[in-house]
Design a protein around this ligand. Structure first.
Ligand SMILES: [Zn+2]
Length: 328
């Protein structure tokens, strides 16, 4: 009781007695029942980047997602990473680059038809981040799989980014728009569905697209350099975004849908890679470069918010998550 006078004690007891009795001591708050809007900002030099979640698709793992690795090995790897053995989580997150002069969106998510499966959230998260879709100047597409292009259209078919120049890889365009390639895809196959979806998205704007050279070594927008990372698809492209001395690499699908498995085991061939051998060659060359340069990498399918460094290990690579930054 030393240091507290009898008078002070009496005063505090007295004031406690006059607290309003209408405030409950243990207020029950309703559970939110859903996640908060998901976007994450960071700086690269003078550029401000925002990783925007399009959602997460959960898929039961009943067969191996890899062409050359048995399901048991996949499940053992998942277990090692404290993940469920029987389910895979596919994250999707496009990137927004504000260069100070232009707003550039890279990839567009799964689009409005996918909302039931937990994706298609990009427009809502963009809005939550305070960005008007009509203010986007440029949309850059990495490749033509549906989870990257379907968000170019609203549910009514109108353009989701009505004022944007849309830039697509020339090699990707050449492959997918070739009627011969389409005719060789079996009816109902994923390849045929991709061909059809590409035509749905691009048919009436084909003449307005800007086609870029992925391997030309030239920036396609100020500070945005494409890198040919083909293998996943014939024109698959990643980007190095740089401002001043800072750089981040946007890797799109170098490790396909479930990224972690194929970073740790680059020799495992994702089922989604169209050319498995080229995909592996690309993966090793690409991660060797990122590890050597200690470059930050944003993976479209990495766990949100997707920013990691790459460390080379004896058997492959390891993702080291970049620390969450509290201020810009
Ligand atoms: Zn993808």
């Amino acid at each position: 009781m030393t240091g507290i006078s009898r008078r002070a004690m009496l005063a505090s007891v007295t004031s406690a007695a006059f607290l309003p009795t209408t405030v409950p001591a243990n207020a029950a708050a309703p559970l939110a029942g859903k996640q908060a809007p998901a976007f994450y900002r960071y700086k690269i030099g003078d550029f401000e980047l925002t990783a925007l979640l399009d959602g997460v698709r959960r898929t039961k793992l009943t067969a191996s997602p890899s062409r050359n690795t048995p399901l048991e090995a996949i499940q053992a790897e998942l277990e090692k990473s404290f993940l469920p053995r029987d389910e895979i989580f596919f994250y999707f997150h496009p990137a927004l680059v504000n260069t100070g002069k232009k707003l550039i969106l890279i990839d567009t998510g799964n689009g409005p038809n996918s909302i039931a499966s937990g994706t298609g959230q990009l427009p809502a998260n963009l809005q939550a981040a305070g960005v008007d879709a009509a203010a986007i100047d440029t949309v850059i597409i990495s490749h033509f799989h549906g989870d990257h292009i379907s968000g170019l259209r609203n549910a009514d078919g109108s353009l989701a980014y009505p004022n944007a120049e849309i830039m697509v890889p020339q090699a990707e365009w050449n492959y997918w728009m070739d009627e011969g390639n389409m005719s060789r895809a079996a009816d109902g196959s994923p390849a045929m569905n991709t061909h059809r979806n590409i035509r749905r998205i691009f048919a009436d704007i084909a003449g307005k697209l800007t086609k870029y050279d992925s391997g030309g070594g030239k920036e396609i927008q100020p500070g945005i350099m494409p890198i040919d990372t083909s293998g996943h698809t014939p024109g698959h492209t990643s980007f190095i975004i740089s401002s001043g001395k800072d750089k981040v690499c946007y890797q799109a699908d170098v490790t396909s849908g479930f990224a972690q498995l194929y970073v740790v085991n680059p020799g495992w061939h994702p089922g989604g890679d169209m050319d498995a051998a080229k995909g592996e060659e690309t993966r090793r060359r690409f991660y060797d470069m990122l590890a050597a340069e200690r470059m930050l990498v944003s993976g479209y399918h990495f766990t949100f918010p997707s920013l990691n460094y790459i460390e080379k290990t004896a058997s492959g690579y390891r993702l080291a998550a970049a620390p969450w930054n509290p201020a810009l």
